[in-house]
Design a protein. Structure first.
Ligand code: ZN
Length: 427
């Protein structure tokens, strides 16, 4: 028998509406009842959590672990360590690997690999279409049987609405959530940065907000038609927030997520042509950032995530138009969201922030984690909400370094990550 007691922390467990100073007991990798706390055992590991928040292990539903195929950017092992270093006990990995995760054998490989080397739980998604090409559906039924947690073509977007409709209908049949990277290729064209003042000033091709909004609207219509949930990934524009707010008020099964860079930065940051500010979807205007903050505050945007997108230096250190999109995020996202949403803008309190990283993604994915209920797997994160720290990317666990946040001073971060009753990372 193994046991651990986490003493005197502020236990925040939104799934059970719990927020109190208490001890948390873990026995054999599971959360144990309070009555067990008084039961003194000699081999018990004691952790002092005074001044810390003790919450369910955080879940990041949007991560690129890059294997198979791109191990020079990240591996399942290094990405798992980065997740743990950010306070995450579960990550959902995207299918744009090589080969693409559009078939059962690639999914089986990812699961085997994660089982062997990842220190956190890795839940793979399957592609919606073969090779993420948007033309022919992937074998969604077989993917479901292999245990994918959801389907998505992230990095790409199915343009043909009829193909997307059939995907949503199949997903409904096998009870899989559909996640979508919303990008209308005709409207976006070769767009690199937000279409607005700075794209004009710099002479860079614009990526208009309407290119996202058109697909958010398409997804609302299909979610309604097919009576099945569609989750819109990395929402960036005020128009998307308005569309989601209206649809959710009507009861449509639609949701949206936010990444920290889309609220921490605006398109003004691209002026120096630093490719660490090049993301897809792009950094947007201050008015869009304000709308995202309001969407988070009123619950329209219900999930926080990173879109952790590692790239090697040699890939990012090229001309702006030649560089790949995306930044790493697992080790900065909690600090950025705590600093911006809770401390600076005061849009949500810390219990809601934890809920957006636990209960909300667990509900979308229909998984049994994200709670400290007695009997639940002991995935636990300890957070110091007031710890002031400076981002130093050369200290990160990720195999890549493409972050625009190096040197930022943030308030709040995870200090210990526990998976299945074992500490897998601590500060
Ligand atoms: Zn994406």
């Amino acid at each position: 028998m193994s046991a651990m007691i986490i003493r005197n922390g502020r236990v925040i467990d939104p799934a059970n509406k719990r927020d109190e100073i208490a001890d948390l007991l873990v026995v054999d990798g599971r959360i144990a009842g309070r009555s067990g706390v008084r039961d003194q055992r000699s081999d018990i590991e004691e952790i002092d959590a005074k001044g810390l928040i003790v919450c369910p292990g955080l879940i990041d539903i949007h991560v690129h672990l890059r294997e198979p195929g791109f191990g020079h950017k990240e591996t399942i092992e290094s990405g798992g360590r980065a997740a743990a270093g950010g306070g995450f006990t579960t990550v959902v990995c995207m299918p744009n690997t090589s080969p693409a995760a559009d078939n059962p054998s690639t999914i089986a490989w990812i699961k085997d690999r994660a089982e062997a080397v990842a220190c956190v739980n890795v839940l793979p998604t399957g592609a919606i279409s073969k090779n993420l090409a948007g033309e022919e559906l992937a074998p969604i039924g077989s993917l479901a049987q292999t245990g994918v947690i959801a389907i998505t073509d992230d990095g790409h977007c199915i343009q043909n609405h009829e193909v997307m409709r059939r995907a949503v209908e199949y997903a409904r049949m096998v009870d899989l959530p559909v996640l979508d990277h919303c990008q209308d290729y005709n409207l976006v064209g070769n767009g690199l940065v937000h279409e607005g003042y700075f794209s004009t000033l710099l002479g860079l091709p614009g990526w208009p907000a309407v290119g996202e909004e058109a697909m958010v609207m398409r997804n609302i219509l299909l979610a309604e038609l097919c009576d099945h949930h569609i989750h819109c990934q990395h929402i960036t524009s005020s128009g998307s927030v308005r569309l989601l707010r209206e649809a959710r008020a009507r009861g449509v099964k639609i949701s949206g997520e936010v990444c920290p860079h889309h609220i921490a930065l605006t398109d003004e940051a691209i002026q120096n042509f630093d490719t660490n500010y090049k993301m897809n979807p792009p950094l947007r205007s201050p008015a869009d950032v304000e709308a995202l903050l309001e969407g988070i505050a009123d619950g329209t945007l219900s999930i926080l995530c990173s879109d952790h997108a590692p790239h090697a230096d040699f890939e990012k250190e090229v001309e702006f138009d030649a560089a790949p999109f995306g930044i790493i995020g697992l080790e900065t996202e909690l600090g950025l969201f705590l600093d911006l949403l809770v401390h600076k803008h005061r849009k949500i309190d810390i219990a809601r922030l934890i809920e957006m990283y636990t209960v909300e993604p667990a509900r979308l994915l229909k998984i049994q984690t994200g709670t400290l209920s007695v009997g639940a797997r002991a995935d636990v994160t300890l957070i110091d909400p007031n710890l002031e720290w400076t981002v130093k990317i050369d200290k990160f666990e990720s195999a890549s370094r493409n972050s625009p946040f190096n040197g930022w001073k943030l308030k709040g971060r995870a200090v210990r990550t526990i998976v299945c009753g074992k500490t897998v990372w601590k500060l």
